[in-house]
Design a binder for this molecule. Structure first.
Ligand code: SF4
Length: 387
């Protein structure tokens, strides 16, 4: 097996938004092609880039101010996420320019339904996470340290250029938890913007307000995994906290960056009617009725293999409850072909976007409005960097 993938090979295989194109440490990588081609090398070297958002305290210790965990880290130790290390009193990110996974996905897979439907998202991730969800779908990268999996050497400018060369209008920071590769995401988003490429963060929203506001200036969209509406669930199932996520959601709204929410509905853990009704009420009151909410189907995974898949009836019942609370766009996810994948105009009920899995057809959308009643449909329908 080769230790690199040629840039030409990647670009050549990245023809369409729906392509299941992927590189990751878990996959066999194609061999070298022509010796003159630029290569995307694997590396075993961790980054030494200094981290942002930390404070130095006594005895060469530091306090990380990136996420609400506020890890206090002694010299030669790492924070909880495993990708930030104190090296003699200087805090460093070990994954700057070190993605472990590169894919080109349909933007619908994130899922983002009101953000440039039918386009490609150049998707990247590094190792690490600041939570540990017992149902994680990407535990094989999120729960590992960078040196335990393969890494590419791909600095921000090259990452952005690769997205542009593959004609991806958007980079998605996704799969694991982009908050923990914050500096890489921030610099890549800025480099991408100069090339006319947008940036969306697919995140758990577990981040402090100051770094979040700094980052949002460079993002064109955000999707937050809203795990549940109880502190108990966040503590027991995710090793996180609810309150900071609620604040992050408000901040994203305040900064006027396009936002969608996903709730993975897990039988017996977060599928009660009162909890989801309360969540919908909070969303409407704090974020407004137009934020799309995706209720997605759980399937047994990672440490939650003993719980069965979510019955579709549960998703349908909760969708009805959330719509009844006044949310305009509530979708059912991970149930391909379900009618609740489609977008209907919230004013007249006409079909606006038809979906099947990750494919979208704009049947009734004209200039961002319902073709029938002309009501504006909230979303990012045109290139946000040209607006
Ligand atoms: S980003 Fe990592 S090191 Fe920093 S506080 Fe969060 S878990 Fe700790």
């Amino acid at each position: 097996m080769s230790d690199s993938l040629t840039r030409r090979q990647f670009i050549a295989s990245a023809g369409c938004a729906g392509c299941a194109l992927a590189w990751s440490g878990a996959m066999a990588l194609p061999g070298y092609a022509a010796a003159t081609e630029e290569r995307l090398p694997l590396t075993k070297e961790l980054s030494t880039q200094e981290a942002l958002h930390y404070e130095k305290i006594e005895d060469l210790k530091v306090v990380c101010k990136l996420c609400p965990k506020e890890c206090q880290v002694a010299d030669a130790e790492r924070g909880y996420c495993g990708v930030r290390e104190n090296q003699k009193g200087t805090y460093r990110t070990l994954v700057y320019g070190r993605p472990c996974t590169l894919h080109i996905d349909p933007i619908e897979k994130k899922p983002l339904f009101h953000y440039r439907p039918g386009t490609a998202a150049f998707s990247i991730a590094t190792a690490g996470c600041n939570m540990e969800c017992s149902f994680c779908q990407n535990w094989d990268i999120s729960q590992f340290r960078p040196e335990q999996i393969q890494m590419f050497d791909l600095p921000p400018a090259r990452t952005a250029q690769l997205a542009a060369d593959t004609k991806s209008p958007t980079i998605a920071y996704t799969y694991s938890e982009p908050v923990i590769f914050y500096e890489y995401m921030l610099d890549t988003a800025q480099a991408a913007r100069k090339l006319g490429v947008g940036s969306v963060m697919i995140s758990n929203g577990y981040i402090q307000e100051k770094p979040l506001r700094q980052l949002l200036k460079h993002l064109t969209g955000v999707k937050i995994d809203f795990k549940a509406f109880t502190e108990t669930f966040y503590k027991d199932s995710c090793k996180g906290e609810l309150q900071p996520v609620l604040r992050a959601l408000e901040v994203i709204r305040e900064e006027n960056v396009w936002l969608e929410i996903v709730v993975l509905i897990i039988p017996t853990l977060n599928d009660s009617d009162p909890e989801n009704q309360a969540m919908a009420k909070w969303i409407r009151e704090h974020l407004g009725p137009d934020v799309p909410v995706h209720l997605t189907r759980f399937s047994p995974n990672y440490k939650l293999k003993n719980i069965p898949a979510t019955p579709v009836k549960t998703l349908e019942r909760l969708t009805k409850i959330m719509r009844g609370e006044g949310l305009h766009y509530v979708y059912i996810g991970n149930v391909p072909g379900h009618p609740a994948e489609n977008t209907l105009c919230h004013h007249c009920g006409e079909l606006v976007i038809r979906r099947l899995g990750f494919r979208s057809t704009l049947e009734g959308l004209e200039n961002g409005c319902c073709a029938k009643c002309k009501t504006p449909i909230p979303g990012v329908w045109e290139d946000p960097l040209k607006a």
